[in-house]
Design a protein around this ligand. Structure first.
Ligand code: SRM
Ligand code: SF4
Length: 557
């Protein structure tokens, strides 16, 4: 547990915030600056927003002695990445009116809008609210958006498992009414006992907390990168319960050897819904009570777990639950990549998975994706799901409506765009990075598509285009694009330079390893040429790139 005298600054801000209110209302009224007060920047995260500035324009603004061009990014809460068609239309409209217009699908199956100026925050949240959408607790030291295997065709009982994402998401919301009061003009509640929060209390968690649900054989959600991962155990088309894995997390800090990426450790199995919820709750209370509140770099559950030891952590959870976790049950993951095109689920309903490069929904000179999706939504016959690889599924399409939806997709060349993209490109993820992310050391989403265009000929040179290699890039070591869980991972170290990691497996059950440090583009391409040539010549039967590079370069045999 943390030394009470050595709490991080954020701990003080949280406890003094009066239920996450701080001085946000005053900050909003200050017309002298586009920013909000410093303490409030930590608090608005709990309301689903980040203060950012356009890093491309910092120099120009500084030369003119202007303050930075402050704007806000807002992130929605969409459990399991599901949104009704009507709500998509609302997001489209809000994006156009109040933000840059680009709708960004994130690696945790939700949506972000960037570039909102301070005066547009309340109208944005109000419009979302009218549409039945909110951004509560999508950021901050609290449970975030709950992810779930998105492909409804994966299992006949997908809907049953999927319902858990929403239940867990609701169950772990904070009790404070600050969001409604500040952004939606609801009356200030007089009786503060209504806001008492036995889970989060007044200091919330030591750090962010992430939960995902996977439905084997698909590990599309990268379950072991979550603080808490549930793996659905399905026998004879019946949901028996969930294996629970804890302690996943991707972030490291360059030059800080005490930080590390880690995959979750499975601690047991629970069967009934009551037990699932209780186990989740108490795993979180143990992290709340034992997590590091002094050093935010070491505050995630992965560090608490390794400090206490897996057995001690599990014993504390069992003591608080009042029951024991059963031994984990067997299952197999065989895939992680999205399945593109039309597929039908067990109930005969259709869904179409389309490729959205880096999750950026916009209209450009090549593709009018945003307009196409609006037209599809306006048919009133579809809903949407987002995948953890930043793609989109048009779902719940009845047999009778499929032709009409397909015609729109064809007219806007969405099908052609999805089919034409290489496997390498479709399996790739890049995080946002520049210009909005304040932590970016290098480009990611603006650079990766161009780099992939230079890697594709190498893949073709060695006839590896059907290998389904999973390649990911992040602009810094925080791992928002989960680069450490890729077969080939690029991690930004500085402008135009990336660490190259290899040896992760295809299913997301083994992290990769640092292979070469701080490469520029020419060095990356030269190194990949060597790696692909070796793979082509020396691979064993059916060995994939991740397993080959692990054997040859990590195990060295
Ligand atoms: Fe992330 C911070 C974007 C998924 C680990 N992440 C950030 C911020 C908010 C930068 C900041 O703190 O000011 C980035 C905003 C950029 C922007 O302009 O939009 C940012 N993270 C993203 C998104 C949008 C990447 C994307 O391109 O999709 C993802 C939003 C997910 C969501 O909908 O909630 C996103 N971030 C992740 C993931 C992947 C995941 O959860 O599956 C990780 C690695 C897993 C993990 O948490 O360990 C991740 N983000 C981080 C970290 C490192 C946390 C740590 O343990 O130290 C930070 C930095 C921090 O929290 O201090 C961070
Ligand atoms: Fe920003 Fe780093 Fe996350 Fe990329 S990985 S979005 S650069 S914090």
């Amino acid at each position: 547990m943390s030394d009470k005298n050595n709490l991080s600054g954020i701990e003080r801000i949280k406890t003094a915030s009066d239920g996450l209110r701080g001085s946000i209302p005053e900050s909003l009224l200050d017309e002298l600056t586009g920013a909000i007060r410093e303490d409030d920047t930590a608090l608005i995260k709990f309301h689903g927003m980040y203060q950012q500035d356009d890093r491309d324009r910092r120099e120009e603004r500084a030369e003119k002695k202007l303050e930075r061009l402050y704007t806000f990014m807002i992130r929605l809460r969409l459990a399991g990445g599901f949104i009704r068609g009507k709500k998509w239309i609302a997001v489209h409209e809000v994006a156009g009116a109040n933000t840059t217009g680009v709708i960004k699908i994130t690696t945790r199956q939700t949506l972000q809008l960037h570039g909102m100026i301070k005066s547009k925050i309340r109208p944005t949240i109000q419009s979302f609210n009218e549409a039945g959408l909110n951004s509560i607790a999508t950021c901050g030291d609290i449970n975030r958006n709950v992810t779930c295997t998105s492909h409804p065709g994966e299992s006949p009982i997908h809907a049953q498992v999927f319902a858990y994402a929403d239940k867990i998401s609701q169950f772990l919301l904070p009790k404070t009414k600050a969001y409604y009061e500040i952004w939606l003009d609801e009356e200030k509640i007089a009786d503060k006992t209504e806001e008492e929060d036995p889970l989060y209390q007044d200091r919330y968690l030591p750090r962010k907390f992430k939960i995902g649900i996977a439905i084997p054989p698909n590990n599309d959600v990268d379950i072991f990168t979550n603080d808490l991962g549930l793996v659905a155990i399905i026998e004879n088309d019946e949901l028996k319960g969930f294996n629970i894995a804890i302690g996943g997390g991707m972030s490291t800090t360059h030059g800080n050897a005490t930080t590390y990426a880690r995959l979750g450790t499975t601690i047991g199995f629970v069967d009934t819904e009551e037990k699932v919820m209780k186990a989740i709750y108490e795993i979180i209370t143990v992290q709340r009570d034992f997590g590091n509140r002094s050093d935010r770099k070491l505050a995630r559950i992965k560090y608490t777990l390794d400090r206490l030891g897996v057995d001690e952590y599990r014993a504390e959870v069992e003591k608080r639950c009042g029951f024991k976790l059963e031994p984990a049950r067997p299952y197999v993951f065989t895939q992680r990549a999205d399945r593109y095109g039309w597929l039908q689920n067990a109930q005969g309903v259709w869904f179409y998975t389309l490729f959205v490069e880096n999750g950026c929904v916009l209209d450009d000179e090549k593709l009018a994706l945003k307009t196409a999706l609006l037209e599809v939504a306006k048919t009133g016959k579809v809903n949407f799901r987002f995948t953890s690889s930043q793609n989109m599924i048009i779902c719940d399409v009845a047999d009778a409506d499929k032709a009409a939806v397909n015609a729109i997709l064809e007219r806007f060349k969405i099908i052609e765009h999805t089919e034409a993209a290489s496997h390498l490109r479709k399996n790739a993820i890049a995080c946002v990075a520049l210009p909005t992310c304040p932590l970016a050391l290098a480009e990611a989403q603006r650079y990766f598509p161009g780099l992939i265009a230079k890697i594709e000929p190498l893949v073709e040179k060695y006839q590896l285009q059907n290998e389904g290699i999973i390649m990911r890039m992040t602009g810094c070591p925080n791992g928002c694009g989960r680069s450490y869980a890729a077969e080939i991972g690029f991690v930004g170290t500085g402008a135009g330079r990336y660490n190259l990691h290899i040896g992760g497996d295809n299913e997301g059950e083994r992290l990769n390893t640092l292979h070469k440090e701080s490469l520029d583009e020419a060095e990356i391409l030269a190194e990949l040429d060597i790696l692909f040539a070796a793979f082509k010549q020396e691979r064993k039967d059916k060995e994939n790139f991740g397993d080959f590079s692990y054997r040859k370069y990590v195990q060295k045999n």
